[in-house]
Ligand binder design. Structure first.
Ligand code: KG4
Length: 335
């Protein structure tokens, strides 16, 4: 079974061809980072306009690299939500039109299901059930995954998502968008204990996250340094900030696994490409006797392969998997 996966939920136009839910034949992506960097964040209108330009060439390239044509494709899987409505509409409308014209069935996929399953694109695959930490520019959530299509939300962010906090702190420190990779790179030569920053544990036992206080604490430190004319130690600020986020993400994920007596932990989403998060999570998993599974960094960030994969399993569950042309996109996750 050949699936064409299409992803346009935010600022990456991506497409992939997946065979039988296991063999990835191609995965291509057009990033919009250069367009948004001068605004310090994603500008929704510019994002959808760029998707419009990129969608046809990106899908053609995915087919070409997979050495197949549209007539070989059995199913089109496309991100239906969550994300920016204008961006989602481009990919979803394109997939519907393609389906209508070619009679290839299509299925709408929740972007979170893509991140939750991205790890199955790797050789080493986890067993169900597992606890998944999904951290990206728009989400910080902990799920209990029972099967390819059954996920229970255990905790989520109450304000800024982890990636959003990385990007906002990078902006405060004068770094270009997207800030996560830059903060992460600079942290490597900084002291994680240099600046005392808050860790928001929230109420006893809560698996929710809150990172807006941490971001404000960085801003306050930054302003104090400027007022007192103290030279800014950027690497130390980045390392201390990153450690504050990573500590809370890791400990709450471990807590969730212990509470539900789950031995396997999975991470996904753009922030899970962060080397310190991966290292810290691995250390804690080893201490607690848990097994960690993580996709390679290019499958942590948005991609079409995870959408094709999630579409493969969603289609099996919906027996036939054909989406109706009256379906619409949605901005908030349904998982
Ligand atoms: O999953 P993703 O590609 O999609 C969106 O949410 O749009 O995640 C992008 C987010 C951005 O906020 C980016 O700054 C963050 O993931 N990110 C990172 C790293 N790589 C990407 N954050 C911290 N460390 C990284 N190495």
């Amino acid at each position: 079974m050949l699936i064409l996966g299409i992803e346009t939920s935010c600022d990456d136009t991506a497409a992939a061809v997946l065979k039988d839910g296991v063999t990835l034949l191609s995965s291509v992506l057009s990033s919009q980072d250069q367009i948004h960097t001068r605004f310090g964040g994603v500008v929704p209108e510019l994002a959808s306009r760029r998707h419009l330009e990129a969608i046809v060439p990106i899908v053609s390239e995915a087919l070409e690299r997979a050495a197949v044509t549209l007539s070989d494709i059995d199913l089109i899987a496309v991100t239906q939500g969550p994300g920016l409505i204008g961006s989602l509409l481009v990919g979803f409308s394109y997939a519907k039109a393609l389906s209508f014209a070619t009679r290839i069935p299509f299925i709408g996929v929740d972007h979170m299901a893509g991140h939750l399953l991205a790890v199955f694109l790797e050789e080493e695959k986890p067993q169900f059930p597992y606890i998944a930490l999904i951290v990206s520019g728009g989400t910080s959530s902990i799920y209990l995954a029972r099967s390819y299509t059954s996920f229970s939300l255990l905790g989520r962010t109450r304000d800024d998502a982890a990636g959003e906090a990385f990007d906002k702190v990078a902006k405060i420190l004068g770094m270009p968008y997207p800030g996560g990779p830059q903060v992460s790179a600079l942290s490597a030569c900084g002291d994680r204990k240099a600046i005392k920053l808050p860790r928001a544990w929230l109420e006893e036992g809560s698996l929710d996250f809150s990172f807006s206080g941490l971001k404000t604490a960085v801003l306050t430190h930054y302003k104090q340094c400027q007022q007192r004319e103290i030279p800014l130690q950027l690497a130390d600020i980045c390392a201390s900030f990153q450690e504050a986020i990573v500590t809370v993400l890791v400990e709450k994920t471990i807590q969730a696994a212990k509470r539900h007596s789950i031995e396997t932990i999975v991470i996904g989403g753009g922030v899970s490409a962060n080397p310190r998060l991966r290292e810290s999570m691995l250390n804690r998993c080893q201490q607690e006797g848990k097994k960690l599974f993580a996709p390679r960094p290019s499958f942590c960030t948005d991609n079409g392969a995870m959408i094709a994969l999630a579409g493969f399993y969603a289609a099996q569950e919906s027996a036939g998997g054909e989406g109706g042309y009256d379906q619409d996109v949605y901005s908030r996750t349904r998982l």
